[in-house]
Write a protein that binds this ligand. Structure first.
Ligand SMILES: NC(=O)C1=CN([C@@H]2O[C@H](COP(=O)(O)OP(=O)(O)OC[C@H]3O[C@@H](n4cnc5c(N)ncnc54)[C@H](OP(=O)(O)O)[C@@H]3O)[C@@H](O)[C@H]2O)[C@@H](O)CC1
Ligand SMILES: Nc1ncnc2c1ncn2[C@@H]1O[C@H](COP(=O)(O)OP(=O)(O)O)[C@@H](O)[C@H]1O
Ligand SMILES: [K+]
Length: 488
């Protein structure tokens, strides 16, 4: 968050005192009004901490009170609540209660009960406990109020970020507010794009407080591809194209035990924009039965004929020889699934052509020597760490898919598409083939990973449409996802 803070400092030096907070509060109040539908007569509870995040909530509360809402501020630190905000709220007819009461089990005076009652009866709870100044999970009293908000029928709107989540990493260590909507100011905080924090944030609303020019001096830490970014990268054939110029992708996947992985990886590869797919391995019959257009070969990858990129690993079992050939190749290589276990880290690091690793959280944990839970709670850190260790681009799959480049520089790309329906066996194999084909078509590893994840997630949404899907359905929906992107 240092970049946002520095940009705020720079902008504050140029604009009148309090102007940024007024812009933030105006945007926040407008979002609250939309969430409520009818402001007049609504019951609004503000959870107000000791910092400027609480100040935003108080000024927004004042605006809602002027529009006829019944607004009550629950002050977690009454002595240190934002003085200007509190005065504005009172002047607008709002009131404040002492919300600092001890946590459950420690005692509890009338003040504490009053605060919980205010939250329980609210139509809207505004979470201004902490923003980017927060550290760690919520303290016990804040956690108690957050729980009351969750249990009430109120809509919860978080100010800047749900209190208790880490704005930089998306980690949630301990209690945090679960918001229906998060209204974030100036810059989207990296953590809000990544699970688990993303789930706590609910729907994201962005309020421009004019930080753009100041923030331009900083490289973003994370970025999310939009349709236009993907559209620019899609390898669309020109009039002079032929199948070789479009690129040939080699698929090294499947085994006697897991022939299906080969079929699914080829299914993805055929929809990835390469001109041809070459399959190398023991599942050629199964592949040909489903996709007669595939070029197959049974020998080692090194003798299979020229390809512009390899996608290797799904269903490979223990076939280390086939993988070694691929790692030694001088073309871009994607390594997934069993291939990640078989790959020699030193050999991967020595590669000159780009390498793209595509682990899920369990595979990433095994490579890092940590637990799956650790990886899932800190995806940004895990993906950067792996990329550094392997000197490779890494695409970490899961509820939020993230892609990091090899040298730790450049933003981590966070995939905005996808659906939990994608958590189905074999869907990762489809992604391997797809991203491998994008590599063969000439995309760089980070672009191939981000574009592949975007199309894959979009295809899954189109295929699922609220019902279970199989991996093959996702592959079949890839052309529709391409069309969707190209149409914008
Ligand atoms: N700067 C600007 O131009 C603009 C900034 N804006 C807004 O300001 C926000 C940043 O404000 P900030 O820096 O005052 O910090 P903030 O997030 O309110 O929290 C700090 C206080 O929280 C407390 N606390 C800490 N951890 C805690 C925990 N786990 N659980 C409970 N409490 C905890 C800690 O208290 P203490 O440790 O002293 O008891 C500390 O005093 C930003 O997110 C945005 O909303 C907008 O108005 C736009 C213009
Ligand atoms: N909860 C989830 N929400 C969205 N996508 C998910 C979720 N869980 C898994 N996925 C996606 O599903 C795919 C599963 O791939 P993977 O774990 O390799 O499975 P398999 O090895 O069976 O193919 C990945 O693209 C991953 O990002
Ligand atoms: K907050």
């Amino acid at each position: 968050m240092e970049d946002v803070r520095a940009a705020e400092r720079a902008l504050m030096a140029r604009v009148p005192d309090g102007a940024l907070m007024q812009r933030a509060a105006a945007g926040l109040a407008a979002a609250c009004g939309q969430v409520l539908g009818k402001v007049y007569g609504a019951r609004v509870a503000l959870l107000v901490g000791s910092g400027d995040n609480g100040g935003d909530a108080l000024y927004a509360g004042a605006r809602l009170a002027r529009r006829g809402a019944g607004v009550t501020a629950v002050l977690l630190a009454p002595e240190r609540a934002h003085a200007g905000g509190l005065a504005a709220l009172r002047a607008a007819g709002g009131r404040a209660v002492d919300g600092s009461g001890p946590a459950e089990g420690v005692g509890g005076g009338a003040g504490a009960d009053a605060a919980l009652g205010v939250v329980a009866r609210a139509d809207l709870v505004v979470d201004g406990v902490v923003g980017i100044g927060g550290k760690g999970g919520l303290r016990p009293r804040a956690a108690e109020l957050a729980r009351a908000a969750e249990e009430s029928r109120a809509v919860v709107v978080a100010v800047d970020l749900p209190s208790g989540v880490d704005a930089d990493t998306g980690e949630v260590r301990g209690a945090a507010v679960r918001a229906d909507v998060t209204v974030t100011f100036g810059a989207c905080k990296p953590g809000l794009l990544v699970d688990p924090a993303r789930e706590y944030a609910g729907a994201l609303r962005f309020v421009d407080i004019g930080l753009g020019p100041e923030l331009a001096a900083y490289d973003p830490v994370v970025e999310a591809f939009q349709y236009a970014d993907v559209d620019r990268l899609l390898p669309v054939p020109g009039a002079e194209s032929d199948k070789y110029r479009r690129g040939v992708v080699g698929v090294v996947a499947g085994s006697a035990r897991y022939p299906g992985a080969a079929v699914l990886a080829v299914a993805g590869a055929l929809r990835g924009g390469a001109g041809a797919v070459r399959y190398v391995g023991p599942a050629a019959d199964a592949v040909l039965a489903r996709f007669p257009e595939t070029l197959v070969s049974a020998g080692p990858p090194a003798r299979a004929g020229r390809v512009q990129a390899w996608a290797a690993g799904p269903g490979l079992g223990d076939d280390g020889d086939r993988l070694r050939d691929v790692v030694a190749a001088d073309v871009p290589v994607l390594i997934d699934a069993d291939g990640l276990r078989l790959a020699d880290a030193a050999a991967v690091r020595k590669r000159v052509a780009p390498t793209l690793l595509t682990p899920h959280a369990g595979e990433a944990a095994a490579l890092l020597g940590t637990s799956r839970e650790e990886v899932e709670s800190g995806r940004l850190e895990a993906v950067r760490e792996l990329a550094g260790r392997y000197a490779a681009t890494v695409l970490l799959k899961g509820s939020t898919t993230v892609v990091a480049g090899p040298d730790g520089t450049g933003a981590v790309r966070v995939n905005p598409t996808g659906t939990p329906w994608l958590a189905t066996a074999g869907s990762g194999d489809v992604l391997s083939g797809l991203a491998g084909a994008l590599l063969a078509a000439g995309l760089g590893a980070r672009d191939a990973g981000a574009t592949g994840a975007f199309l894959h997630g979009l295809a899954a949404r189109l295929a699922a449409d609220g019902a279970p899907v199989a991996a093959q359905d996702v592959a079949d929906a890839l052309p529709a996802a391409w069309r969707d992107v190209r149409r914008g």
